[in-house]
Design a protein around this ligand. Structure first.
Ligand code: NI
Length: 174
């Protein structure tokens, strides 16, 4: 397993649409293992492949970490088959938008079809925080970030801040 670099906004790669996985093979499982290791090290509770620069429809999640347990989940080619009409609101952050948080409304329930770690087709009903996390990660596969749901002004402010942070980091490295 290896840690991968997490791309941060602004970065055009994050805006790319990810492509379906054709086969769940050893190479893909290696990517999933790396993504989980990278997510745990960050630390974060979710990561999409595009965040480490790979435009494949793969996401990993672990929302059990808060209770000190580990429950790694991975979803290959996830598709939402049904969403509830009721919304829930969570304060969201993102490893690709470091240090920024905002309240986002999303459907509070969804059914998700996907392939698991072994390439087996599965379906789950996600509710609460899991539903929000899956939808946040699936947005990454379309090149969408949570800041896209904010007002133009707020979004511009956040991107400006992140650009400044990036420049500051580069200055130290140089
Ligand atoms: Ni994210």
């Amino acid at each position: 397993m290896a840690l991968r670099e997490i791309l941060t906004e602004p970065n055009r790669v994050l805006r790319q649409k990810s492509l379906p996985v054709e086969k769940v093979d050893e190479d893909l499982r290696k990517l999933i293992d790396d993504m989980l290791e990278t997510m745990y090290a960050a630390p974060g509770i979710g990561l999409a492949a595009i965040q480490v620069g790979i435009p494949k429809r793969v996401i990993v999640l672990d929302i059990a970490q808060k209770e000190g347990q580990k429950n790694p989940m991975c979803f290959v080619n996830p598709e939402i088959s049904e969403k509830s009409k009721n919304n829930s609101t969570y304060e969201e952050g993102c490893l690709s938008v470091p240090g920024q948080f905002a309240e986002i409304d999303r459907p509070d329930q969804c059914y998700v079809k996907y392939l698991d770690y072994n390439g087996e087709p599965k379906e789950i009903k996600a509710t609460g925080m899991l539903a929000t996390c899956i939808q946040h990660e699936m947005d990454h596969l379309e090149g969408i970030l949570f800041i896209d749901y904010l007002s133009k002004l707020k979004k511009t402010m956040i991107i400006k801040k992140l650009s400044k942070q990036k420049k500051a980091i580069e200055r130290i490295v140089v």
